[in-house]
Design a protein around this ligand. Sequence first.
Ligand code: TXA
Ligand code: MG
Length: 343
Amino acid sequence: MIKTQLLTEKDIEAAAAILRAGGLVGIPTETVYGLGANGLDPAAVRRIFEAKGRPQDNPLILHIPDPSWLERYCRDVPAAARRLAEQFWPGPLTMILPRRALVPDEVTCGLETVGVRCPDHPVTLAIIRAAGVPVAAPSGNRSGRPSPTCARHMLEDMEGRIQAVVDGGPCGVGVESTIVDLTLPVPRLLRPGGLPLEALEAVLGHVDVDRAVTAPLSPGEKPRAPGMKYRHYAPRAPVTVVTGDGAATAAYIRRQAGANAGVICFTEYQEQFPGCTVRSIGPAGDRGEQARRVFDALRSFDGTPVTAIFAQCPGEEGLGLAVANRLKKAAGFQIVAAEEGEP
Ligand code: TXA
Ligand code: MG
């Protein structure tokens, strides 16, 4: 058992020293907290997989402090990637590009591509610069759990397993980065995230949406982002996502929710589920707030008597695509449609 230190925003050099020495540090980003290691040190990267209990075929994102580092780790960088970096970095966008040989197989899990992102958090940018190496970092949850959006969540999952967590406050975006694969003839969205698809398309033109974003995979099917095949973001109690307009979904949930039900809902509906354990994720029209709160809501049912969770779900415009994807994945794509106009 490792003694996990809780560091503050001022402890930049201490965090960088742990990374340089091959240790693991929980780092704040604008999306979710990451579990960082020196991305050029294969032994350090292997420790990430151990600490998370992460499947060996699920590659990691390399975090860089500045777009100028992109060419160090990627080759054949297309003009589209440069345009995206200029527009959206630092920010919640990960680009999949051909990797250079110095990126260890431990990071890419043997793929010929690597995911790279420049996170928009001053503390983590300073830590990466001070360490002087790119930082490989998956989300800082134990594998399968909801991603951490504050230092407390990271400690819940990683205390005793990693050297330190840097508390940089709650995450401003709250869902992980958008992942776009730029190695195909048509760019493809592999994971919706903090940068809306509409913003990507404003720069790239049409972007294909990988099937794994909206539908469960058939047995044996291999998604382009290996992580999309795993059950994910899941609280201990099973989740059912209810789609349809707010009034209809609230009515459906009221009818179905038995004793010990949990409800994830929009603020407007939070009084409508007496006897249930209710978590609001923000107003129906405020997808930014829903993104910030969805993982905390999913986590909050663990350790309560709740045995079944029902969730209202936003439409798929803007950040709604990412929020809906996280809820549906948490539900293992257990989705029901409430009829329009139900009493
Ligand atoms: O916002 C984020 O992206 C956060 C913060 C910490 O930066 N990181 C994050 O990492 O969400 P992780 O490991 O939880 O999710 C990375 C996803 C996985 O689904 C993985 O399969 C996919 O990215 N991925 C990584 N490298 C890839 C590659 N070369 N090709 C396709 N998918 C890749
Ligand atoms: Mg993750």
